[in-house]
Design a protein around this ligand. Sequence first.
Ligand code: PLP
Length: 370
Amino acid sequence: MYSQVNISNYKALNFGAGPGKLPEEVLRQVQKELLEYSGTQVSILELSHRSPEFKNIIENAQETLREILYVPDNYKILFMQGGGTGLFAAIPLNMMNNGTADYIVTGTWSAKAAEEAAKYGKVNFVLPKTTKYMEIPDPSSWNLNPKASYVYYCANETIHGVEFNYIPETNGVPLVADMSSNILTRCLDISKFAVIFAGAQKNIGPAGVTLVIVRDDILGHAMDTCPTILDFTVMAKSNSIYNTPPVFQIYVVGLVFKWIKDRGGVEEMEKLAIMKSRKIYDVIKNSNGFYSCPVNPNARSRMNVPFRIATNNEELEKEFISSATARGLLQLKGHRSIGGIRVSLYNAVSVDEAEVLAAFMIRFFQNYGY
Ligand SMILES: *Cc1c(COP(=O)(O)O)cnc(C)c1O
């Protein structure tokens, strides 16, 4: 089946982890409109953030997101700066009201968030400490503090390929999720969350803007020392135009939301994410041990698939990457902290593209006699 796909017919395919692939249709529209935005006689890069046109852009982006992600009316949609990392500080600064918070650490990004939060209060580690992130321990073993200000987790650990396939139960404690690398790839009951945030550059747009979805009752409780620019309440009151927002980034993110809506919404993105990731995991499973994914099967990510080759054979992994790159299959190198290969399958990556990579992977292991 895989051999029917002719790799040479395809242009370069981008499997990068971030900044990740954006839809070609969106990039073409940006190109078309770049010199003059919608009759304004200036570029979107030169347009005032106080103009009616930009007001339209930001409101449309919010409205489209509300629609495709079913965001209830008692949540604000903010566009902030400082990346995902900025939010690691913003979360405790806005929410650590009683001095302690629970962190479910399942990979590099939640570990960094916990480290940042510890500057502002006490961090309770819900899981035993580890440096090998390969699973999500069963909730029955979690050490949750019922008095915590909030429970924090990372829905998809981009580096380790560890993804939650459920929403953690916190028994009424506000739940915070970093969804930087899997937002808009699975259907969600937003009402289960106090805050969801996502840096744009993995799945929804260019680097430089961070999406924040915050429930109204969270507003108004920031620490006195919270920098104005990280204060959810200030951002909500000004509809994210307190100071100059990342105008261009918000414009592109709005186009990506529209692109998702036009293609059947998050429901469709979820179906495709399942198909794409299954193709890659199936090749790994059927490679007679040539490829191996260290992550426990029930925590494997649909977005980022990390694997090693022939029991961590770094020479073969280099060969895999250079051979893939020569065929236009790009940005497959694993994160520098864990090595190996990493395939990222964000929304803009098509099922056909995943299939081309799967075919390449099969040919590669067959060449090595497995
Ligand atoms: C990339 C990433 C971050 C960090 O984002 P920056 O915008 O680089 O600060 C945080 N969390 C997750 C899950 C990520 O993938």
